[in-house]
Design a protein around this ligand. Structure first.
Ligand SMILES: C[S@@+](CC[C@H](N)C(=O)[O-])C[C@H]1O[C@@H](n2cnc3c(N)ncnc32)[C@H](O)[C@@H]1O
Length: 324
């Protein structure tokens, strides 16, 4: 098999291996070497690689490039290094990789179910401090505590019946909204991240849907670009004529993206409803420059309020209340 035809990019494969696992890196490098004799020479000089290393490297390449590429690479490696019973070794590596895949899946679900139980145990009227601590520990919060506390209290005072979040990621903020919203709220969250093979039954989805307390409902739109007309139409259909009381825009960080999200989804927001933006600080980090620019333009025409509590570049929350 020709690796160049398969577009195996050596640096990507090596990058993917554990950075401190030199044996596996070295093994993958050799597999990808175009020169068998150079690989053999190096192998005998170092005399460090075993077929167990080959097994591990098989797993890494299989994850990234699939079974065919991993098999082909392993055969090359074993041949170049004089191993006997190549077919059996490749077969066993494949069996182990499958076993590891199943074990990883089982462990992932076991962890998810524990997390799900911890999340479910959190009452709706929990204090901000406790909600923030849990969200931070379980999912990682992306906002400054004092900034998001301010927004959380604004949202809780409103007890929104419909919440829409653009850019959900691990769901830290979504968890807070579930504890700030009405007991029968519908929370919808959009992200471009892929749905995965198991869809709403994936461990990711099960945990996030379990944020719902009381008779709340959570709808996760996965693999959905907020800028696409299909996503807009799906949101319109899911809302069934209800208006959004709180819209949190934290997806595409470009200036145009923030404008587009505002223009596309603000018509769904009820009069008096809140629209919040994250990363508006005028002392931006590299990746928040677009939102900072958006906010400069937005505040020229709109009456807003904001919290920016630190000198650290990036962060900052801006809020706009829909007129009416
Ligand atoms: C900073 S994270 C959001 C974090 C989340 N709001 C929180 O505070 O926990 C930004 C997310 O937006 C998503 N995203 C970026 N562009 C998007 C788009 N056009 N449509 C939907 N999601 C988008 C990314 O995949 C990423 O997960």
């Amino acid at each position: 098999m020709d690796f160049r035809r398969l577009r195996l990019d050596e640096s990507r494969v090596i990058e993917m291996a554990e950075p401190d696992d030199n044996r596996i890196n070295s093994c993958i490098e050799k597999w990808l070497s175009e020169s068998h004799s150079a690989a053999r020479r190096q192998f005998h000089e170092e005399s460090v690689l075993t077929s167990a290393d080959a097994d591990n490297a098989y797993w890494f390449i299989r994850e990234q490039y699939g079974k065919t590429a991993a098999k082909s690479a392993m055969v090359r490696f074993l041949r170049a290094n004089g191993f006997a019973t190549i077919r059996w070794r490749v077969f066993l590596a494949e069996m182990r990789a499958r076993g590891q895949g199943i074990i990883r899946q089982v462990l992932r679900y076991a962890t998810a179910f524990k997390q799900l139980r911890r999340v479910r145990a959190v009452a709706q009227n929990i204090t901000f401090e406790k909600a923030f601590a849990l969200a931070d520990a379980e999912f990682g919060m992306m906002q400054k505590r004092e900034e998001i506390r301010w927004l959380f209290e604004l949202v809780r005072a409103k007890r929104p019946g419909v919440v829409l979040e653009i850019g959900r990621d691990f769901g830290g903020a979504l968890f807070l909204w579930s504890r700030a919203a009405a007991p029968d709220a519908h929370l919808l969250a959009i992200d471009t991240k892929p749905v995965g093979r198991l869809g709403k039954w994936s461990s990711y989805s099960l945990v996030r849907r379990a944020f719902a307390v009381g008779s709340q409902r959570i709808t996760l739109l996965m693999d959905s670009d907020s800028r696409s007309e299909t996503t807009r139409q799906r949101i319109a259909a899911l809302l069934e004529g209800r208006m959004v009381d709180f819209l949190f825009i934290h997806g595409d960080h470009s200036c145009e993206g923030a404008w587009q999200d505002f223009k596309t989804y603000s018509p769904f927001v009820a009069p008096g409803g809140l629209i919040a933006f994250h990363d508006i600080s005028q002392n931006p980090a590299e990746r928040t420059k677009g939102v900072a620019q958006f906010w400069r333009e937005f505040t020229v025409e709109h009456e807003t309020d904001e919290r920016v509590v630190s000198d650290e570049p990036g962060f900052g929350i801006g809020v706009y209340r829909m007129p009416g």
